[in-house]
Ligand binder design. Sequence first.
Ligand code: S6P
Length: 605
Amino acid sequence: MAGSDWTCSLSAMHEWESQDYEPSLPVSEKSNPLTRDIDRASAKCIVRMLQACDAQMFQEETGATYQRLLGERVVETVVEVAKRVQLVLKDPQDSLVVLSGCGTSGRMAFLITSAFNRALRELNQSSVYSYIIAGGDRALLSSQEAPEDDPKLGMLSLKKACEGKKRVLFIGISCGLSAPFVAGQLDFCLQHPEVYTPVLVGFNPAHQARDEPMPGCTFTFRSVVQRMQELAKSQKAFLINPAVGPEAISGSSRMKGGSATKILLEVVLSAAHAATFTNTPVTHKGILQHMRAYEKTLDKTYAQTDGITALLEAAGQSLLCGRRVCYMGWGSLALLGLIDASECIPTFGADYEDVRGFVSGGYKELNNNEGPLISLGPDFCIAHEDFLHLILPSLNDQDIVLLVYTHSDDVSEVAELARRVREKTSNLHAIYHRVDGDTAAAVQQEDFNKLCLSSLKITWPSPASESLLHMQWELSTKLLLNAVSTGAHVLKGKIYQNHMIDVQVTNSKLYCRATRLLRKLSGCPESQCEEALLKAIYEVDELTVGITSCDITTHTLTARNRSKVVPLALVCLLTGCSLVEAESRLEQQPIFSGGTSSTMLVCVM
Ligand code: S6P
């Protein structure tokens, strides 16, 4: 595969839809047949694979097993939810639209509510949108996986956010229909229908919603979904849950899950704004048109295969040398950089120094609920000034700096920063969005190009709507940065087939994923795999009753302070050796980093 060209067959594109394909797993956890060999692919093939995976978001529904983004039912529900938002906009007094989720879903909630509140402010209207992210604002910039498991925390944070409100449209986002935090919130809404109308956004069919018991609850995510399905018949609750196909890296819902969330909710809120402020009624056709605009965004972005490949190779090279990738962004595109960087920690077991994002204007630009988070430590220093003081002095040519901006940003400020960076590293690159016909910016850009090793320039047609253009830039940037950070970690050897092996076991979803992965890779029975995992978590060769009688929450809390538990458990399962021996084997031959994982897996065996 390496070096050879990659073309995806039609059957690989649809294989995951077969009833027999990994039947015990929901779509969001299945492994994507398109990326089975991503760990051995060249940079260019990786880009093509990611493109094919993303394209699955827009596959037509005709003949498909699952309902899809562009399908009749999904579009109809989007129309209805947009009308509910419109009601709130018309009569905002004592009303609220709350978007809530965990991890990436919470970050998308933040991004979308920020953009639409800004739009309201520009129209001299009061804000009606609010976001909730499990773990609070620190979770916008760092991995906080444990609060996801707490349904009560979800319920309490919703209650607090809605104090005094008489009417709340609650939009709970859980790509896998799995987060207990969101289930707790939806259950609360169902118990208080006089105030709350619940909407669930996710990317599995309802029958695949998670059915495991949750601590202190009589309901499961699935039972909540079933109650909502019943109420959906009379439009007292709404479910928007098209399938978008398995993620390129199994379970990594930051990718398509995050993108599809952004698409759906922006379509909903834009339609509601247009209906309220420009008298454009919410229609099926209008919704579909907006979604098609995002499909074109995908095509336009991935048309830059060579540019993305170059970025991915450069970033991969930096990570392989143990050096940094820095995203320097302006405006909301910078927030996508912050988000992408923060997700590398839980997704690839990366160090927070490996990939970092910085935003011009720092927390002023972020405008988050809790304000500046600098007191939480250096990893929460996010302004360009922080980069100049804390990071720039130690940079060299092996560190890659990526500027992310658009023609509406202050290009002279971008150029000034570029010059400062060039004094320390020549490994400077740019992602730049511009509008067709903007000749002044084009001339400025020519000079600027000379400073950059590569410049990925996307020219967009003159827009019918500024806000749509902005949303397209954001999605395009999200796809580009996701591709760069995912591809770079694949090239670093962090992925085996299309699985992240060194997964952090910091919540119940990840605990179950880890056990499943061990089973798949070792071929051992599930009980034996769970035992091996627990031994690695508790650092013992024999399990005591004290350990086995603890619940998953205790296991995941303990795992928070451990590293490489899944690789360790795997080595033990494959070789039958003790933990100490497994540790020394991993030290000599770090199977899942710094090379072709598959060959190294064989080495350890
Ligand atoms: C996924 C990301 C996670 C998820 C979070 C919520 O790539 O690392 O943080 O966003 O677990 O998942 P879900 O299915 O409830 O949206």
